[in-house]
Design a protein. Structure first.
Ligand SMILES: Cc1cc2nc3c(=O)[nH]c(=O)nc-3n(C[C@H](O)[C@H](O)[C@H](O)COP(=O)(O)OP(=O)(O)OC[C@H]3O[C@@H](n4cnc5c(N)ncnc54)[C@H](O)[C@@H]3O)c2cc1C
Length: 391
């Protein structure tokens, strides 16, 4: 079949790779001329890494990933450790490590694997038409593409979603602002093999190891939505939000490059399950937009790409049924993830300050088992762990 994928983020590229592997003729159309991912880095948990390994990209992602063997929470004010524990037992059980990776490097690797000849940059989808026989994508420059199926992997502000649902969906502000970037790893700030998070006042300052001796850092601060202050005040803004915090947090703020630090107001979308209309289906953030509090949005897009591959492989003569079955398998897991991330978001960011204080007290008693159980809840249940099905 000829399959049109709209969007060359991690979801669209994984879908392009997965569908090509089962013999389809795939063309990806991407709005921007030069891909500059929003956000510096992200954590690919074992379920996302498992999907990339299934697509034959295990060594490639391992080469980009930082070695994150441990996890620790520290009191943001005095820097004392609240809890710290190893992650390797979790990885052994899951069969795959987790890899924090720089987004631009992940994106470049996926683009290389998909191949540039079928990737069309600078093509913004503006309209979709479909009949019983064909789907037509129309682009802002007046060109068009025809296919048997169209996969909308065009992210949180998806134009394909508006076609599928017949309306736009509002995005909900989650109540906090996130700043993120990359710095050189420094043991004076945090150990180089550990995911380190300083917490207090419903705020976080966090560091994860990325390949090449770097840390991915992020800060979260509960704030009302509104116009972003300019970059020139970024360091002073962080200094004010984290005034009185422990020396490693101050050293981190001193070290960042404001010109290369992203500021994002965090939003999500209420789960919905009408992901398919005729020959068109949604994938990734277009289908399920979560807050990043479980670090799973990108991993879920990768799971989507794998399930879409399985369903189209198993039902080659019934693409409509394959899309419906894909939706049926993915919508419940991703909806539960969005809701769990919201609950985690509210506790982390002091929506109810008493609940957040309870969480801090819990962290001081934590030996790792509760947090690992929480991580397992999302990592397990990946489509590649499901038992084989009768076709
Ligand atoms: C602060 C933050 C931290 C995060 N941390 C993690 C993490 O640790 N782990 C994790 O797994 N996930 C994380 N995520 C979530 C992750 O970034 C997303 O889930 C992931 O990028 C979704 O991929 P996607 O391909 O669906 O969408 P996107 O990456 O948004 O890609 C969509 C693409 O479609 C293109 N496009 C849009 N409109 C059109 C159009 N009309 N025509 C053509 N092209 C179009 C865009 O230009 C873009 O390239 C985080 C998100 C945020 C905001």
């Amino acid at each position: 079949m000829k399959i049109i994928v709209v969007g060359a983020g991690m979801g669209g590229l994984c879908a392009g790779i997965s569908l090509r592997q089962i013999g389809h003729d795939v063309e990806i159309f991407e709005k921007v001329r030069e891909i500059r991912p929003v956000g510096a880095a992200l954590s690919l948990w074992s379920n996302g890494v498992q999907c990339l390994a299934h697509l034959g990209l295990g060594p490639q992602v391992a080469a980009l990933g930082g070695r994150m063997d441990r996890m620790a929470y520290l009191d943001g004010h005095d820097g004392t450790q609240m809890t710290g524990f190893g992650l390797t037992a979790l990885y052994d059980r899951a069969g795959h490590r987790a890899y924090p990776v720089a987004r631009a490097e992940l994106q470049a690797m996926l683009m290389r694997e998909f191949g540039p000849e079928h990737l069309h940059l600078g093509q913004e989808l503006v309209a979709i038409e479909q009949t019983d026989a064909v789907v037509t994508a129309r682009f802002a420059d007046g060109s068009e593409a025809r296919g048997d199926l169209l996969i909308g992997a065009d992210g949180a502000h998806s134009a394909v979603r508006a076609h599928v649902l017949g309306r736009n969906l509002p995005r909900r502000y989650a109540g906090y602002v996130n700043w993120n970037g990359l710095i050189e790893a420094d043991p004076a700030i945090a150990p180089a093999d550990q995911w380190t998070t300083f917490v207090a006042e419903g705020k976080r300052a966090s560091l994860m190891p990325v390949a090449g001796g770097r840390f991915y850092f992020f800060f979260d601060v509960p704030l009302p939505p509104g116009p972003a202050p300019g970059r020139e005040s970024l360091r002073d803004d962080l200094k004010a939000h984290f005034a009185g915090w422990a020396p490693p947090v101050q050293a981190l703020i001193d070290r960042i490059d404001p010109a290369r630090t992203n500021r994002v107001e965090i939003r999500d979308i209420d789960p919905f399950d009408d992901w398919v209309r005729g020959r068109v289906a949604l994938l990734g953030d277009a289908a399920h937009n979560t807050t990043p509090d479980l670090g799973q949005g990108g991993c879920m897009a990768m799971e989507d790409a794998v399930v879409l591959q399985m369903e189209l492989r198993d039902r080659p003569d019934q693409p409509g049924a394959a899309l419906t079955r894909y939706r049926d398998r993915r919508a419940p897991r991703t909806a539960a993830l969005v809701q769990r991330a919201r609950r985690r978001c509210d506790i982390t960011h002091a929506k109810d300050p008493a609940a957040t204080e309870d969480w801090y007290a819990e962290l001081r008693r934590e030996d790792g088992s509760r947090i690992i159980a929480g991580l397992r809840l999302t990592i397990e249940g990946s489509p590649l762990d499901e038992p084989a099905r009768e076709i």
